[in-house]
Each structure stands twice: as structure tokens, then as C-alpha cells.
Design a protein around this ligand. Structure first.
Ligand code: ZN
Length: 146
């Protein structure tokens, strides 16, 4: 592939069933073999730890449904792990989804309010807010690495 002088390279084609160690070893090998001056895109990774490890190995771009798919189940990323907004303990929690986050959801809505929205099955606003937050979280995470 490097002989083709492509504008960039995708790393993928793995089934998703391999161990993390095998996956990271493959990403590392590909990043070492591909030219430094071309963008490297790792397909289908969305867990924060995978993004961090792949970025530190030299990968530049990623994509995954995880941030928005997990939002549909009420899960929000935070720097201390994922929270499940459906849990009763957030009913009276008037803090943001993630302390210190400056996304639209965190600057305008509380955990309590988003949980209340989540219980309304005819309204997708909570899912949209958590999706905005989760995508923002990952972008902010990678900006920090840059
Ligand atoms: Zn946020």
C-alpha cells in the first residue's frame, strides 16, 4: 500500500473479536510501517482507552458508533468512568453529566433534568444531549493528547 502513495491510509479489517493486545500490536505495526506524513485512520474504535493508545502509536483519525449508541442506553462518558443516567441516584443530582465539561449538554442541563427527559419514551432529547456530550468528550480527550 505504501508504494501506491495514497493520500492517507485506513487500518482495519479486524473482526473485533481479537484481544486488545493483538489489536494494539497490529495498530502499532501498521503505524510504524506507514509514512509519517500521511494521515492514518483506524476504523471502528470508540472506547476512550483505544483512542488514546492508537493516537499515541501514531494514528490520526477514528470513527465508531459507540459514543452515540451508548447514549441511547443512557450512558455518558466521564473522566472517572461511564455513568448510567437512568440510575435513581441521579434524580436529584443537579450537576452536569461530567464535571468540568463545557459541551452544550453540560453547560445547559443537569443530570437530574436529563434523567427526567430519559424517562419520557416519546422524547429523544436526552439521547441527543448525551450523544452531544459523548462526542464532545472524545474530541476533547484527543485535543488534550495533541
Ligand atoms: Zn458534556
Amino acid at each position: 500500500m505504501t508504494k501506491r502513495n495514497c493520500p492517507g491510509y485506513a487500518i482495519g479489517g479486524m473482526s473485533g473479536g481479537e484481544s486488545k493486545e493483538d489489536f494494539w500490536r497490529t495498530v502499532k505495526l501498521c503505524c510504524e510501517l506507514l509514512p509519517d506524513d500521511k494521515p492514518k485512520y483506524v476504523m471502528g474504535i470508540g472506547y476512550a482507552e483505544d483512542l488514546v493508545v492508537a493516537a499515541l502509536m501514531g494514528a490520526d483519525m477514528f470513527d465508531c458508533v459507540f459514543a452515540t449508541r451508548t447514549a441511547r442506553f443512557g450512558s455518558a462518558f466521564t473522566s472517572y468512568g461511564m455513568i448510567k443516567i437512568k440510575q435513581e441516584r441521579y434524580a436529584m443530582d443537579f450537576g452536569p453529566l461530567s464535571e468540568g465539561c463545557y459541551c452544550y449538554a453540560c453547560t445547559n442541563y443537569t443530570r437530574s433534568y436529563i434523567q427526567r427527559l430519559f424517562t419520557n419514551k416519546t422524547d429523544n432529547s436526552a439521547i441527543q444531549l448525551i450523544s452531544l456530550h459523548n462526542v464532545h468528550y472524545l474530541i476533547h480527550l484527543l485535543r488534550g493528547l495533541r
